[in-house]
Design a protein around this ligand. Structure first.
Ligand code: NAD
Length: 477
């Protein structure tokens, strides 16, 4: 089998050991044996990145733009092949896998353009005979740590701006999805960046994470993942004053008001609660529904859920693939039991499904008669599990939607301009969706949340410049 090595200092390097990458749709299908770096190799990658900082500084903006454009073009040309790999290792459907690779390509293209955009100000000083120049410079070495649920898009939206703005990178993908990360890295390795400017280390966070976070040679850390890992990383990074950006969990609300178009309401709920197996940080797991539409909405959603086809990610006609692995499946099933114990009514789903191949298939679950204090309404489950919270009116719905430690995305289904406008201003979330699913965002505008969902500057679009550069103010006499 082809060795999937780490990429350190411009060389493909064998790991300390290997780990199998298993297809969650079919556990008999082994995608490959992937190198697992040890802590020493992670430190070598950090040192290589440090050494490459001067070479990155010398790389012209034309050369950087060309290199990013090269990555974009190859991703797009190979989107079917890489989308298949992504669907095979993560379990999202083939269409979603191909869509995600295309999105990664657009992200690289966006930043290939962004490199060339003039930035900086030349300003008169308040003192006579003095001018002030405000410019942005690379930060230096950036550690990039990513989760498993978007195996190529999240790496892309961190790696592309990091390199675009002239930084050197050490990239650590999630253990469960090294295939897409390796394929992306292999393309970047041929794009024309100086040796050491981009490094890939595959391995366990608990083993190699410390090198990427605690090394004084790392200037900035960008992390997407769970709140618990984020808090651990923050305590290590902030302690040594490293620049830090984190995107973490969500418990996103989707409000359905009496005046909503029922079709729109059911579509947005179905899409954001269950598609991609509910494994999106922007998925809506709390459906907050006003009295007047409650029963009609629950019946219509229930009916649509019965038509969903849960099957092998690569099979034509599959709407929803498997859960990513056994431990996430166990977590989903545990929360379904917790919901029942708490007194919520399981109106549909929640049971493990058998298919032709042995995979982690779960029937999406819908709870009704839930209360705000139930654990299923407070914790991020990260699976195809949604609960309906019945409320009296818009005011109660708004209060319920903000009653969470998270603040990533919040949605409302309504035909009322008044409520839509009010919600846009008063939802305590980084992103607000009106008559659209809470999940599904553009790549050219800021992405991120509030409260326990995010920490530090926004990602993506023009906002990315804030994290990946540092400001210099020069006075010229
Ligand atoms: P996770 O926190 O378990 O892992 C994320 C990454 O951190 C992985 O690469 C992992 O190896 C690494 N890691 C783990 N321990 C580490 C340590 N001690 N030091 C350094 N790195 C370490 O998260 P996950 O299970 O891969 O992903 C699911 C979570 O990600 C969910 O909570 C989801 O909401 C969140 N997520 C958030 C966003 C967002 O933009 N807000 C997007 C996608 C996923």
């Amino acid at each position: 089998m082809k060795p999937y090595y780490n990429f350190i200092a411009g060389e493909w390097v064998q790991g300390a050991r290997t780990l199998q990458n298993i297809n969650p749709s079919d556990t008999a299908d082994v995608i490959g044996e992937f190198a697992q770096a040890n802590a020493e190799q992670a430190f070598q990658a950090v040192a290589a990145a440090r050494q490459a900082v001067p070479a990155m500084a010398k790389m012209t903006i034309q050369a950087r733009s060309d290199a990013l454009d090269f990555v974009s073009r190859e991703l797009f040309a190979r989107r079917e092949e890489l989308g298949t790999l992504l669907a095979r290792e993560e379990g999202k459907t083939l269409a979603d896998g191909i869509g995600e690779v295309a999105r990664a390509s657009y992200i690289f293209r966006f930043f290939a353009g962004e490199v060339l955009h003039a930035s900086g100000d030349l300003i008169d000083s308040v003192r006579p005979g003095v001018r002030v120049e405000v410019t942005r410079e690379p930060i230096g070495v950036v550690s990039i740590i990513t989760p498993w649920n978007f195996p190529i898009a999240i790496p892309a939206w961190k790696i592309a701006p990091a390199l675009a703005f002239g930084n050197a990178v050490v990239f650590k993908p999630a253990e469960l999805v090294p295939g897409s990360a390796w394929a992306l890295s292999e393309i970047i390795s041929r794009a024309g960046f100086p040796a050491g400017a981009f490094n890939l280390v595959i391995g366990k966070g608990s083993e190699i994470g410390a090198a990427l976070i605690e090394s004084p040679q790392v200037d900035a850390i960008t992390f997407t993942g769970s709140v618990s890992t984020g808090k651990r990383i923050a305590s290590q990074a902030v302690g040594r004053l490293a620049k830090l950006q984190m995107e973490m969990g969500g418990k996103n609300p989707q409000i359905i008001l009496d005046d909503a178009d029922l079709n729109v309401a059911v579509n947005v709920a179905l899409q954001s609660a269950f598609f991609q197996t509910g494994q999106r940080c922007t998925a809506s797991s709390r459906l907050i529904v006003t009295d007047g539409i409650h029963d009609r909405f629950v019946n219509a959603l229930h009916e649509r859920m019965q038509t969903l086809r849960i099957d092998h990610a690569l099979k034509a006609g599959t709407d929803i693939g498997p859960v990513v692995d056994q431990s996430q499946l166990d977590q989903d099933l545990r929360y379904i039991e917790i919901g029942k114990r708490e007194g919520a009514r399981l109106v549909f789903g929640g049971e493990r499904l058998q298919r032709e191949t042995n995979g982690f298939y779960l029937q999406p679950a819908l709870f009704t008669e839930t209360t705000a204090d139930m654990q299923i309404n407070r914790d991020e489950i990260f699976g195809p599990v949604a609960s309906v919270l019945r409320v009296k009116d818009y005011d109660e719905a708004l209060a319920a939607s903000n009653d969470t430690q998270f603040g990533l995305s919040a949605g409302i289904a309504t035909t009322s301009l008044k409520y839509a406008e009010h919600f846009k201003r008063h939802a305590e979330a980084g992103m607000v969706m009106v008559n659209l699913p809470t999940a599904g965002v553009d790549y050219h505008v800021p992405f991120g949340g509030r409260k326990g969902s995010s920490y530090g500057p926004r990602e993506q679009g023009k906002a990315a410049r804030e994290f990946y550069t540092t400001v210099k103010t020069a006075y010229i006499g």
